[in-house]
Design a binder for this molecule. Structure first.
Ligand SMILES: [Zn+2]
Length: 384
């Protein structure tokens, strides 16, 4: 017997987890998830509610780690798919009158009809609601899922990568995350977005000699010396690279520049920060070689990188999923958590309700029917 219970009401004002009815209409379930504020770092109440609801489903093996949860079926099927989503959102809008906030809001006045506003409506409580609805109903009479499913809910996606709940799950429970194919239910407007570009950053530094700007000939100007770096970057024509049938458009840009100490001093150093978003046919090392060749002769230091992810759409599970969705798959340009699955050797795509361009906006919203359609597509594909 333990002497103390850290979850006694005295030490925790939340006496019981919020009750979520996973069987209600999935758009209404989305609204219920929005109503639980879960800005990054404050996912606990929502994670408690999700855990509480999933614990009532005896077919699921469940692990909780911090505010992340893994719930898996063990049906002994030949294939296992992973359905993953983050529980956190970006901070609430600060502008008075913003609709994309907490609680949720139905302008139609009829909950469940039309557009749903609220923080996380697109990114990505609609996707999380679809995961939960599937988990709750996939064993209903008549349903016969032909794949094992691993549901992953995680914290801290919208902040620095080192805090990622998914990264922590990979470290602490990697064996629970095996699978043949992963779907992240991030907003894609119902299309399949495969893989993602990688990202790598550099600092290119030029040096000069400080002098009074009234006698500039006594020094040498490091900012001027950076001009050829900018010229080469500006003239560079980024490539579009076909990987597993999808076209990945690359970007190579100066993203910051700093140098100089005062208005009357010739600058002795200048640093150009460079970001290269490279197609997933390249490793970060190969991407570095591209930039080093372009900036040959300059002092270039790599500061940060994250590999991309091949779309893996040739894998049978991925191919059958794309066929079930029925829409032409697209490449993902930004870096997403599909890369974490790719690192584990699991092909992964993004597929979820809502327009990604509305994510993080003050007027974040989603069509109720888009959430229902996403659920329908996944149910059909899973045979659930
Ligand atoms: Zn997201």
């Amino acid at each position: 017997m333990t002497a103390t219970n850290p979850r006694t009401p005295a030490s925790n004002p939340v006496r019981a987890a919020v009750h979520l009815d996973l069987r209600k209409d999935v758009a209404l379930l989305t609204a219920a998830l929005i109503d639980i504020n879960s800005v990054s770092g404050n996912e606990k109440v929502l994670a408690d509610a999700v855990e509480h609801a999933l614990r009532r489903l005896p077919q699921l093996e469940l692990v909780r780690d911090g505010d992340s949860i893994i719930a898996r079926t063990n049906l002994g099927r030949a294939e296992r798919v992973i359905l993953a989503g983050h529980l956190d959102t970006v901070p609430l809008p600060v502008t008075e009158g913003s609709l994309g906030t907490v609680p949720s809001y139905w302008p139609s006045g009829a909950p469940g009809e039309g557009i749903l506003y609220g923080r996380g409506a697109t990114d990505m409580k609609g996707g999380v609601a679809v995961q939960l609805a599937l988990a709750a109903t996939m064993f209903d009479a008549g349903a016969e899922p032909d794949k094992d499913v691993t549901f992953v809910f995680y914290d801290h996606e919208e902040v620095e990568a080192v805090k990622s709940g998914l990264g922590r799950l990979v470290r602490n429970h990697g064996s629970m995350l095996g699978g043949d194919f992963a779907i992240l239910l991030e907003p894609t407007d119902g299309t399949v977005e495969g893989g993602c570009n990688g990202t790598i950053r550099f600092e290119a530094t030029t040096r000069g000699e400080a002098a009074h700007s009234a006698r500039a000939w006594m020094g040498s100007n490091a900012i001027h010396a950076a001009a050829p770096i900018l010229a080469r970057l500006a003239a560079y024509e980024p490539q579009t690279v076909a990987v597993d049938g999808l076209d990945y458009r690359e970007s190579l840009n100066a993203v910051k520049i700093h140098g100089g100490t005062a208005g009357n001093v010739i600058p002795d150093a200048c640093v150009v920060e460079i970001n290269y978003r490279f197609a997933p046919d390249k490793s970060p090392d190969a991407a570095e070689a591209v930039v080093r060749e372009l900036l040959d002769g300059f002092d270039v230091v790599r500061t940060d990188s994250a590999a991309g992810a091949r779309p893996g759409l040739t894998h049978p599970a991925a191919a059958s999923f794309v066929a079930a969705v029925g829409a032409e798959p697209k490449p993902k340009y930004g870096w997403t958590d599909v890369a974490r699955f790719s690192e584990l050797g699991i092909p992964a795509v993004n597929f979820g309700p809502g327009d990604a361009l509305l994510a993080h906006k003050d007027n974040e919203h989603v069509e109720a029917d888009a959430i229902r359609e996403c659920l329908r597509a996944l149910r059909t594909w899973l045979g659930a």
